[in-house]
Design a protein around this ligand. Structure first.
Ligand SMILES: [Zn+2]
Ligand SMILES: [Zn+2]
Length: 253
């Protein structure tokens, strides 16, 4: 740990302070290259908290602009289903397996998987499928059958809203922990990233095609692309740019 000043958040009360050094500094496991510390203390240290009036564990923050500022968040996204150009398939599986070591997992989570992959596994006699978040799940009935419950399909272009479940917790007999039944947010994130990728490809195709038609319609009379069509497209593009302008400003606040 270097001597530069950095912020630290008390893990008990959330109060922020600054520090140069913390006692018992447990360093981040960069790239998950090292064996996993099963209590998952990463980039933490012991510091006196003015609010708690005692020494508590603090999360140590990397300063803005530091190469590692979002490292842990990036690794978490990769471990729970995001793709990343830095890692090949073998490295991705290793990261996903390591990330799950010792991590309490909610057995009541509802995961999503590609229907095509589940069908392929079922037809090959396998009774498990990997969810979009990387979690392995049992499949108990033919995913191609009429009562299949998976809600992710590679040809589907719709957004998936999280389901509403009963506001109740259930005990996991294996760990004694209590969990609520919810949709897996990692699966939902990965699904929507894929949806965005597909829709962007489609948008690029459509706009390129339309631009070619517009340029071809430049000379001659009457015009194939009329005023109403042109106006509606200008309006749609203006609205999209306005939306981007707003979000860019918000992000820099
Ligand atoms: Zn505190
Ligand atoms: Zn999941």
């Amino acid at each position: 740990m270097s001597d530069r000043e950095r912020q630290a958040i008390c893990c008990t009360c959330g109060t922020v302070r600054t520090c140069k050094r913390a006692r018992n500094h447990r360093e981040e496991n960069y790239w998950l290259n090292q064996p996993v510390d099963l209590d998952w203390h990463r980039e933490t240290g012991d510091l006196k908290c003015a609010e708690c009036c005692r020494v508590t564990t603090h999360a140590l923050l990397h300063p803005e602009g530091d190469w590692a500022v979002d490292h842990a968040e990036m690794m978490q996204c990769v471990a729970t289903g995001n793709s990343h150009s830095r890692f090949n398939d073998r490295q991705l599986s290793e990261i996903r397996a390591k990330y799950r070591q010792g991590l309490p997992r909610n057995p009541e989570l509802h995961h999503f998987w590609w229907t095509s992959e589940a069908k392929e596994a079922w037809d090959a006699g396998r009774r498990t499928v990997t969810g979009l978040c990387g979690e392995t799940m049992k499949i108990s009935r033919d995913p191609g059958g009429p009562s299949a419950s998976s809600r992710a399909d590679k040809r589907d272009d719709s957004q998936i809203a999280p389901k509403r479940f009963r506001d109740q917790e259930y005990e996991d007999p294996e760990t004694g922990l209590w969990w609520a039944e919810v949709d897996c947010v990692d699966c939902l994130r990965v699904w929507h990233l894929e949806l965005l990728r597909q829709r962007r490809v489609l948008l690029a195709e459509k706009t390129t095609e339309f631009l070619a038609a517009l340029l071809a319609d430049k000379s001659g009379y009457p015009k194939k692309i009329d005023l109403q069509t042109v106006n509606s497209l200008i309006e749609a593009i203006d609205q999209a740019q306005q939306h981007l302008g707003v979000t860019t400003q918000d992000a820099s606040k």
